[in-house]
Design a protein around this ligand. Structure first.
Ligand SMILES: [Zn+2]
Length: 247
């Protein structure tokens, strides 16, 4: 019997090569393909045609790409989400760790547009929020967003309860296996609200992250949390399906 389907909820598919894609599909991994700007969105759409049913396309303007001409770019991307009925926004968000404080206002302005879009269309918003965890959570709640995930969550353990209360998802990145410091996040994460991701092909501490790592991430989580593997998989599938409205 083949392996059961599993999701990689945050992956930059436009940056993966053909060989990698074939391997991922063989492993029965469905990719939620985030994009960062107009160019990467075009590429992600192209790839999704090659691997139909295996890539879900998300469109967004990454906080790192909020530069000259950002308003018209954001508007264009929003129209693409509507026109193509994409069902997923991202990668968008607020970054208070890697970016300077003089960019916060513009970042917030762009992110707000996507938060409203997520609310209006009732679709998933795939969020980048280093050191802005609490602020982002409050924006989601205030704007009554239903389907949201905190990509590569490394925020405070104490905030997880509020994230769960609002039925948002905590996305655990496979890199959490590589850093003992982060085992507390895996331990404390509420099991009904976790999903998995690779953020491939991001290089973390010298390791090129890959969706394929999700297959070994499941036993790791199972061990840390003391919950059977099949239960972990089932719960994450349920949460992913809710986010993607695919059940
Ligand atoms: Zn990313």
């Amino acid at each position: 019997m083949g392996k059961g389907k599993i999701y990689d909820m945050h992956c930059h598919a436009s940056q993966l090569n053909r060989e990698e894609m074939e391997g991922i599909i063989k492993e029965n991994i469905t990719i939620v393909g985030v994009s960062e700007d107009i160019e990467s969105l075009r590429k992600t759409i192209e790839i999704s045609h090659l691997y139909q049913g295996n890539i879900i396309v998300c469109a967004g303007l990454h906080p790192w790409k909020v530069k000259d001409g950002y308003t018209s770019q954001a508007e264009y991307i929003i129209k693409e989400v509507e026109k193509r009925d994409l069902g997923c926004i991202g990668e968008v968000g607020l970054d208070k760790r890697f970016l300077q404080s003089n960019t916060y206002e513009k970042q917030r302005e762009v992110f707000m547009k996507f938060v409203r879009l997520a609310k209006d269309l009732d679709i998933l918003i795939n969020i980048h929020s280093p050191n802005a965890w609490n602020e982002v959570l409050n924006m989601l709640i205030e704007n009554d967003v239903k389907r949201a995930m905190f990509h590569w969550y490394t925020g405070p353990v104490s905030l997880m309860e509020k994230i769960a209360e609002n039925n948002y998802a905590i996305s655990l990145n496979v890199a959490l296996m590589l850093n003992k410091k982060h085992v507390d996040i895996v331990k404390a994460s509420p099991k009904e609200h976790i999903v998995f991701e690779s953020d491939a092909p991001y290089v973390y501490h010298g390791v090129r992250l890959s969706p394929l790592m999700i297959r070994s991430f499941v036993p790791f989580i199972s061990k840390v949390k003391g919950i059977p593997e099949n239960e972990i998989v089932e719960l994450s599938l349920k949460k992913s399906s809710f986010l993607l409205k695919s059940n």
